[in-house]
Design a protein around this ligand. Structure first.
Ligand code: NDP
Length: 475
């Protein structure tokens, strides 16, 4: 049988997406480095649809109709390069390779250029939604040449999640655009999770609620503007009881968060692009701090001071936390979308941010009601200087600003760490400030390094003769 699509790399993601294709009526050629995973998939789910079992790359390539379409779902990094090389040697000009792994976008740019030189098409597709999404409909962010997308887009759009009849898959832009936006998606996910974590800690430590009571708060929040997958699963995680101890599971899990690297990549890229993604950066650093177990153990006895006073009105403070979470979330998304705009400008991708918000509404970890509002904001003004300035978000922040400040003040006096809440508020205040201390920074830079400054009253660059008579000269 000639298969319409091949999937190589049949761990959780690859096998689920292969089944997803098969369930949609496509004949799927299966390949994995070691045959065990292929046979396990066929034994357990062979009835999901039409599969073609192959052992070698040559067999795999021969099983595909032309132009051949292969989705790679292997470990990101060297493994992806190895598989691409094997495939490229066996394929013919015009064939298409899709990398659905979590590749670094600069690797995708390099791979696309190299394969283009060999007459092959390469699409770097960010795929979100974990194993459940892969099986039932992920959010797919494909980047690559437009003509290559036309040959694979219909297949990808069929297996993607759908929201209001719209597939959560659209051509993002050339070469690394898809993996770049998937990276930022993961960065935003880090920020979202950190903000939820801070809300949880405040409900626990400032209000003294137990896990079950906090689960109820999150469930309640999930009926309003915060409605999202992450809030929903937060309530479920908090409600889980440990079978062994009878305690809430969350209370027996070690409080050291791990990471695989996409959050870190997002921050590194933001540093290079000069985009302040403070929410994402705080989230990545908060995981690092949680993992500094020796230092934390040594520091446990340090004083928190004497200012702390728990909130007296629990209902009001709970509402304050909700508002702070929502406002900080708006900041994190605004920053993430700024990074996408900056990356798009840097690499000439022309990413449509409204379309991006649309395909994040389903099938991915950050899916949320909220994304409809982001789409509307960019539809109304594609050149919006910041999401914060869209009327809907501006109103939301202004409605919650006092709550946000009360949360930051209260947490600070109680000594409860809220890096993302606090830095998001500082970002907001920095953005709206009339005058920033950067004027002083420029003065200092000019003093020690003759780096020059601009004046508010006339054009040009100036330098003060700090070690001379302190007169100003045109630079
Ligand atoms: P893993 O990242 O654990 O990768 C395992 C697969 O890679 C196996 O099929 C393995 O083959 C294959 N592999 C590893 N090294 C090589 C190599 N040198 N040559 C050939 N094949 C190799 O699997 P996942 O399913 O978790 O993820 C697949 C991709 O999807 C990754 O890039 C991941 O980052 C990305 N992703 C994962 C998500 C998730 O929720 N897990 C979500 C979104 C994206 P073998 O069986 O022979 O060892």
């Amino acid at each position: 049988a000639q298969a319409q699509i091949g999937v190589t790399g049949l761990a959780v993601m690859g096998s689920n997406i292969a089944r997803n294709f098969a369930r949609h009526g496509y004949t799927v050629a299966l390949h994995n480095r070691s045959i065990g995973k292929t046979d396990a998939l066929l034994a357990e789910h062979g009835t999901d649809g039409n599969f073609v079992r192959t052992e070698t790359i040559e067999e795999f390539v021969a099983a595909l109709e032309k132009p051949r379409r292969v989705l790679i779902m292997v470990k990101a990094g060297d493994a992806t390069d190895a598989v691409i090389e094997e495939l490229a040697s066996a394929m013919e000009p015009g064939d298409i390779i899709i990398d659905g792994g979590n590749a670094l976008y600069t690797d995708t740019i390099r791979r696309e250029a190299a394969l283009r030189d060999r007459g092959l098409h390469f699409i770097g597709a960010g795929i979100s939604g974990g194993e459940e999404g892969a099986l039932n409909g992920p959010s797919i962010m494909p980047g690559g040449p437009a003509e290559s997308y036309s040959a694979v887009g219909p297949l990808l759009e069929t297996v993607a999640a759908h929201v209001d009849g719209t597939p959560c898959c659209t051509h993002i832009g050339p070469d690394g655009a898809g993996h770049f936006v998937k990276m930022v998606h993961n960065g935003i996910e880090y920020a979202d999770m950190q903000l939820i974590g801070e809300a949880y800690q405040l409900l626990r430590d400032a209000l003294g609620h137990d896990a079950a009571a906090i689960a109820d708060v999150f469930s309640e929040w999930n009926t309003g503007t915060l409605e999202s997958y992450l809030i929903e699963i937060t309530a479920e995680v908090l409600r889980q009881t440990d079978a062994e101890t009878g305690k809430p599971l969350v209370d027996v899990i070690v409080d050291a968060a791990e990471q695989k690297g996409t959050g870190r990549w997002t921050v590194k890229s933001a540093l290079d692009l000069g985009v302040p993604v403070t929410g994402i950066a705080e989230a990545v650093f908060a995981r690092a701090l949680s993992g500094s177990r020796d230092q934390r153990a040594a520091a446990r006895g340090l004083t928190g001071g004497t200012l702390g006073a728990a909130p007296t009105d629990a209902a009001q403070f709970t509402e304050d936390i909700r508002a702070a979470l929502y406002a900080s979330k708006i900041v994190a998304y605004a920053q993430g979308f700024d990074q996408i705009a900056a990356g798009s400008a840097e690499y000439g991708w022309n990413v449509d941010r409204a379309a991006l918000a649309t395909i994040w509404r389903g099938g991915c970890i950050i899916r949320a009601q909220f994304l409809n509002r982001i789409k509307e904001a960019y539809d109304a003004d594609p050149d919006l200087p910041s999401l914060i300035l869209a009327p809907y978000f501006r109103d939301a922040i202004e409605a919650g600003i006092d709550s946000w400040r009360r949360v930051v003040v209260t947490a600070t006096t109680l000594g409860i760490p809220i890096p993302a809440f606090a830095s998001s508020l500082s970002y907001y205040d920095g953005l709206r400030a009339e005058r920033l201390p950067a004027a002083l920074t420029q003065g200092q830079r000019d003093y020690f390094g003759a780096h020059t400054y601009e004046r508010i009253d006339k054009p040009g660059k100036y330098h003060t003769l700090w070690s001379g008579d302190h007169s100003e000269v045109s630079a």
